[in-house]
Design a protein around this ligand. Structure first.
Ligand code: URP
Ligand code: ZN
Ligand code: ZN
Length: 471
């Protein structure tokens, strides 16, 4: 199946120009002016942007967490992603306590079998190096295309690891060329604060935020940076929320250290006001690290406008309000942590980042597609629009008006963090390797079209599987 996209404004991290794109055999094979190459289908993209499919490096689909399981399985989560212009994501495998990494990988692959709508890779979240996985096994994961290790410095008694496990994993990463990712909050301190709050009878959702202060995030961020530097490992700090965490990342980057930071859509918009809403409404905004004081919104915009933070992800970890968030009705520490977001990242960042002039279109593409591709071993196969790349493309209508709502989103969650927000600009056609996934607000592909992508090691490029045949 060949496809010709005519007259669109092609926007990459570096370029912005009007041209035609010819797609053949899943890849972009030609970009030029006034192409008249015969094609099975022609899409008129006049007045539209042609963007690389967005990449979300931080999702939790079908994941057991907080006494329940995230409500979006691979199919529902990936359909949401496709509607929002995301064509590839990297999901977290969580190593169950006592399980080997191979067992964990098998479990996660089984969850995805037959359900994939977009392409995906995996990070391995290390929880146990004593009774389950070994350092040797961890070292073998990059050979299987799993080239990032994640460690939780919080969630004491569940996913949290100690500094020894963190540091040993970093040492393995240094040897194997994997990228180390951290959830940076001081879990021991948070555990004390949570116990104190509950003992004082403070059970409402807002105490989730009040017991996870910015200092706990800043301390853990700085600790991870120093330990990674000592181990010689590259470090990626996930879901950065506040000045206390941005500052050590910015400082490390100024020193030329291999440190990157990510924030997530929700941290630009939600705040302590949301989690403090009356009744139990605030539970919708219980995720970790927590919502912060509004002053941090500008801190984050300025960090992504400059280069302190390099990626915006979603941390999509969706639950139902009714039946899952309500597990913590009488105790905030029992509210499952996480929220939906896969579908609305591009909508929200385009509206409030690009249309307000906070960031350029090029920077938006860099934050949502190109940098995730480069950092997670997917570039240049994905994350840009160039000859030879997978034809993962979004024909984006900058004039289309959308009102974001749980009534129309594709996540199974019964609420949306941006309910009622009106945006101008939305994907019109979404392509995965040249195949139309979404067109005119309809899903036109069936689950099964997405693939697992074996990612390159940190700093290495991923070239398309098939090499061009010389003429
Ligand atoms: O609250 C969150 N973020 N839930 C997902 C797990 C994590 O910490 O990323
Ligand atoms: Zn986290
Ligand atoms: Zn997460």
């Amino acid at each position: 199946m060949s496809l010709l996209i005519k007259g669109g404004r092609i926007v990459t991290a570096a370029d912005d120009y009007v041209a035609d794109v010819f797609i053949d055999d899943e890849r972009i094979s030609l970009i030029g002016l006034d192409l008249d190459t015969p094609a099975d289908r022609v899409i008129d993209a006049t007045g539209k942007y042609v963007l690389p499919g967005c990449i979300d490096p931080h999702t939790h689909l079908d994941m057991p967490f907080g006494g329940t399981v995230t409500i979006d399985d691979v199919e529902a989560g990936q359909i949401s992603a496709a509607f929002g212009g995301t064509t590839c994501h990297v999901d977290f495998i969580i190593q169950p306590q006592g399980a080997t990494f191979a067992q964990a990988l098998d479990t996660w692959k089984a969850k995805a079998a037959g359900k994939q709508v977009i392409d995906m890779g995996y990070h391995m979240a290390v929880t146990d190096l004593d009774d389950g996985g070994t350092l040797e096994e961890l070292a073998s994961l990059p050979e299987q295309g799993i080239t990032s290790y994640k460690l939780f410095m919080a969630y004491k008694g569940a996913l949290m690891v100690d500094d020894e496990t963190l540091f040993r994993t970093m040492e393995v990463a240094t040897k194997t060329g994997a990228l180390v990712m951290v959830h940076a909050e001081n879990g021991d301190v948070i555990d004390v604060l949570v116990k104190e709050a509950l003992a004082a009878g403070n059970t409402e959702p807002k105490y989730h935020a009040l017991t996870r202060p910015p200092e706990a995030e800043g301390e853990a961020t700085n600790r991870a940076i120093q330990l990674a530097h000592l181990a010689g490992a590259p470090l990626y700090v996930v879901h950065v929320t506040c000045k206390e965490a941005v500052e050590p990342i910015a400082r490390a980057r100024e020193l030329g250290w291999d440190v990157w930071g990510e924030t997530c859509t929700q941290y630009f918009f939600n705040s302590l006001d949301d989690i403090s809403k009356p009744g139990f409404e605030g539970a919708k905004y219980v995720y970790s690290p927590p919502v912060r004081d509004k002053s941090n919104h500008d801190v984050l915009w300025s960090a992504v406008r400059g280069d302190a933070l390099s990626v915006i992800s979603t941390d999509h970890c969706a639950f139902l309000f009714d039946g899952q968030k309500t597990l913590g009705k009488d105790d905030f520490s029992k509210i499952p942590n996480g929220g939906p977001g896969l579908e609305n990242r591009l909508h929200m960042i385009h509206e409030f980042g690009v249309r307000t002039g906070r960031i350029t279109l090029n920077r938006m593409v860099e934050l949502l597609a190109t940098n995730p591709a480069k950092l997670f071993g997917l570039y240049p196969r994905k994350g840009t629009v160039t000859v030879g790349s997978d034809a993962d493309l979004v024909v984006f209508d900058p004039e289309k008006q959308v009102t974001i709502s749980a009534a129309t989103h594709h996540s199974k969650s019964d609420y949306n963090l941006y309910e009622g927000t009106k945006v101008t600009g939305s994907p019109e056609v979404v392509l995965l390797r040249g195949r139309v996934l979404v067109e005119n607000d309809e899903l036109v592909a069936s689950p099964g079209v997405g693939q697992f992508v074996a990612r390159a090691r940190f700093g290495e490029e991923l070239r398309p599987a098939r090499t061009a045949v010389a003429p």
